[in-house]
Design a protein around this ligand. Sequence first.
Ligand SMILES: CCCCCCCC/C=C\CCCCCCCC(=O)SCCNC(=O)CCNC(=O)[C@H](O)C(C)(C)COP(=O)(O)OP(=O)(O)OC[C@H]1O[C@@H](n2cnc3c(N)ncnc32)[C@H](O)[C@@H]1OP(=O)(O)O
Length: 165
Amino acid sequence: MDQPKPYRELPTRLSHGCFGCGSENPHGLRMIFHTDEKSVFSEIVIPDHMVGWKNFAHGGILSTILDEIMGWSAIYLTKNLVLTKSIAVDFLRPVPVGTTLRAEGRISKVRSDREVAMEGFLLNSNGIVHARGKGVFALFKIDAAMKFGIADEKELRELERVFNL
Ligand SMILES: CCCCCCCC/C=C\CCCCCCCC(=O)SCCNC(=O)CCNC(=O)[C@H](O)C(C)(C)COP(=O)(O)OP(=O)(O)OC[C@H]1O[C@@H](n2cnc3c(N)ncnc32)[C@H](O)[C@@H]1OP(=O)(O)O
């Protein structure tokens, strides 16, 4: 008999042009996400055109990956929509482009019903941490997000449905 999978994919392939996770952005990272219910993670290979110096990935790209993994982790684990308020990144070791990496995000502290502190990690295939992020995310219920007017109702209702927000 098949064993149940220990983790599952998050339904983030909803649209769109997002540089981090959009399936239709040919220049983006096209990240997809899995969860074990305590954290959210993503396997990623940074393409050659996102290089910084020599064959090392650009630090801005590493920051984007950490923002993205912390953002989706915050959405999934807190059941809210989010906007990034701040992020801080420690670049611990250079990250070569073209290698398989794992990004991982989890909750550091729920500060209120409007704010969560998150942490994110970028590891190589041996589990060595190459970059570490801390982020603060504003949390929005669907109705508040609607008033904010930065996403249309159809998109928000779809997110509400697939993420049980
Ligand atoms: C609206 C949500 C819609 C979300 C849709 C998300 C879809 C997600 C899908 C996939 C993403 C996953 C991947 C994520 C990774 C990448 C994420 C990014 O790159 S995000 C882009 C970079 N970040 C920004 O652009 C933030 C810019 N900053 C701001 O907009 C503000 O600083 C903000 C809202 C974060 C805090 O604003 P303040 O500090 O000025 O807050 P105060 O002055 O207290 O409030 C202003 C008004 O807003 C309401 N407000 C503020 N925070 C609220 C909250 N958490 N809930 C409800 N209302 C809130 C308040 O009640 C107030 O409303 P009154 O004027 O009184 O009517």
